[in-house]
Design a protein around this ligand. Structure first.
Ligand code: PRP
Ligand code: URA
Length: 209
């Protein structure tokens, strides 16, 4: 079973409050999602492997460490996942970015895939699938199904807000995938929205309704 990590860093929690606030407009919402994605990327990269090297400081030769060169792929679930990409690239600028397009059918709440484009060396990369919301879990499960069917074997899932229902569905479907969350909310409402949540992440990011 994958692990569920809830990031309770004070900066993440502070910014999340303003992301949730209905009075926060599109510009500020985008900026905050970007900032939280960077902070989460900092936490999520804690286990990145290092290798020993030597460096000449102005004082002497020293043993030191650099990243062991693991290849990273970021995969936003379109559309709302796009809002988290730049923030992660701030810290991992050499990551490749794949895209999986899914929308939730408003009647069935089931995800429908309309686009998929991934880096060619899928099997060699560690992927971070990103989406601000993990609600019923349908979209995350479908995106990870799609990624695995194309050869990915090493996947993490990162979101801002999750419902317990979505966490359970994702953990059951993909027990090998660790889940990283900024806040675990109370539940889903009858429309499949996270309560208290932040509303519709895609609409708030892109100013659509
Ligand atoms: C939202 C959100 C997730 C999905 C979560 O996307 O960004 O992708 O819903 O819901 P689930 O866990 O119940 O599948 P939406 O379908 O509204 O599409 P959008 O990103 O284009 O707005
Ligand atoms: N998708 C969203 O954008 N918000 C929710 O609360 C649930 C799914």
């Amino acid at each position: 079973m994958g692990k569920v990590h809830v990031f309770d860093h004070p900066l993440i929690q502070h910014k999340l409050t303003f992301i949730r606030d209905v009075k926060t407009g599109t510009k500020e919402f985008r900026e905050l999602v970007d900032e939280v994605a960077t902070l989460m990327a900092y936490e999520i990269t804690r286990d990145m492997p290092l290798r020993k090297t030597e460096v000449d400081t102005p004082v002497m030769k020293a043993e030191s460490y650099v990243l062991a060169g693991k290849k990273i792929g970021i995969v936003p679930i379109l559309r709302a996942g796009l809002g988290m990409v730049e923030g992660i690239l701030e810290l991992i600028p050499t990551a490749k970015v794949g895209h999986i397009g899914l929308y939730r059918d408003p009647n069935t709440l089931k995800p429908v895939e309309y686009y998929a484009k991934l880096p060619s060396d899928v099997g060699e990369r560690e992927f971070i699938v990103v989406d601000p919301m993990l609600a019923t879990g349908g979209s995350a499960v479908a995106a990870i199904d799609s990624l695995k069917s194309r050869g990915a074997t090493n996947i993490k899932f990162m979101c801002l807000i999750a419902a317990p229902e979505g966490v359970e569905v994702l953990a059951d479907a993909h027990p090998d995938v660790d889940i990283y969350i900024a806040a675990l909310d109370e539940k889903l409402n009858e429309h499949g929205y996270i309560v208290p949540g932040l509303g519709d992440a895609g609409d708030r990011l892109f100013g659509t309704k």
